[in-house]
Design a protein around this ligand. Structure first.
Ligand code: HMG
Ligand code: MG
Length: 312
């Protein structure tokens, strides 16, 4: 029933960016660096560490330059960051980033709220940033938000998703990540969206960026794997959300998806126990229990074992 699954899947970690942009309290920059260290130690190879956006819009990530100075470079690991415009690209270049991520929306209202631009203006800016980044020798990833639905407009026509995606990919992105920004997607819809896109875009160029607001992220992931998608965005402990998308909850938790993949024999190169250690650190730094189910199960089991040991 599942069909053929890929042998290996790449996890693209968005916790330090998507997660921390949405926390009310700004984490001290040294704590962010500790969290990134723990993610690297777990074997994660692609990590979106911050955003070079306006600090007035996202004050939680205003320390992007300092954070990149602290984390430096790691052999075999690619750090990336969101870049909304040429100003952001200049900052990312100066910070020594090798990869940038442009982001636009498939719905007008979310586009306006999130980046103060219409979709057409946003496509033009994303293409301009992509061209300049490629010239500077960087790789460029892209996001298309609200693909499964918009918090302001509701349904988003799949034809529009296909049209915008084609324009973005034509601009030179190495990968386009499809965002279920507010986690409304269901599996049949995911199948329809992917089938429509795969008529024009090779599957290697697509990634899934699923928020787990309504608990459907893993089910949608499975549909994506069956269609040949091999890059999945995820966030440690299930941190995440978009401050300009009311109702957006955390991303698919990295530990949950890695557990599912390993259990089906799909490799990720990530050590699940070390990922739990990173999740535990994230909880400690943020100061509350995170939503990730595997994380809570693993920590609960450990606590039970420890209490049994203490009794004997
Ligand atoms: P604006 O106010 O229209 O821009 O914002 P502006 O060009 O008029 O500039 C306003 C001020 O910001 C100026 O400073 C600029 O210099 C400064 P002032 O003269 O007032 O002192 N500025 C910048 N400063 C630093 N870095 C920059 C930058 N650009 C301008 N790059 C803008 C437009 C795009 C800048 C703003 O709307 C913005 O930063 N938006 C980002 C919002 C954001 O980060 N949202 C969350 C990420 S998206 C998401 O979470 C979805 C995703 O996860 C996928 C999914 O789930 O679907 C990716
Ligand atoms: Mg997101």
């Amino acid at each position: 029933m599942l069909g053929r699954l890929p042998e290996r899947v790449d996890i693209y970690e968005v916790g330090p960016r998507d997660g921390l942009q949405n926390e009310l309290r700004t984490l001290p920059v040294r704590d962010k660096a500790r969290l990134i260290d723990a993610l690297v130690a777990s074997g994660e190879k692609r990590i979106e560490v911050t955003s070079f956006v306006s600090p007035k819009w996202i004050p939680q990530l205003a320390d992007a330059e300092e954070l990149l100075r602290l984390v430096g470079r790691r052999e075999g690991v690619t750090f990336s960051a969101l870049v909304p415009n040429l100003k952001g690209l200049e900052r990312a270049k100066a910070a020594g980033l090798e990869e940038a991520a442009v982001f636009i929306s498939a719905s007008e209202a979310h586009s306006k709220k999130n980046i103060n631009k219409s979709i057409a203006e946003a496509i033009a800016t994303a293409r301009e940033v992509t061209e300049a980044a490629l010239k500077a020798g960087m790789r460029v990833r892209g996001y298309l938000s609200t693909v499964w639905g918009c918090p302001y407009e509701g349904e988003v026509p799949v034809e529009r998703v296909v049209e915008i995606s084609r324009q973005l990919v034509d601009g030179g992105l190495y990968q386009l990540s499809l965002g279920d920004t507010i986690g409304v997607g269901t599996p049949r819809q995911t199948e329809q969206i992917l089938d429509a896109l795969l008529e024009y875009i090779p599957v290697e160029k697509l990634a899934l960026h699923l928020h787990d607001t309504r608990g459907t992220a893993l089910a949608n992931t499975l549909v994506g794997l069956g269609k040949g998608v091999t890059t999945l965005d995820a966030s440690i402990g299930g941190l995440g959300g978009c401050p300009y998308a009311p109702g957006a909850a955390g991303n698919l938790a990295t530990e949950d998806v890695v557990y599912m993949l390993h259990g089906m024999g799909v490799q990720t190169g990530i050590d699940l126990d070390k990922l739990v250690a990173a999740g535990e650190l994230a909880q400690e730094l943020i100061g509350r229990k995170l939503a990730g189910k595997y994380l809570q199960a693993a920590l609960g089991e450990r606590a039970k074992k420890e209490s049994r040991r203490a009794q004997t």
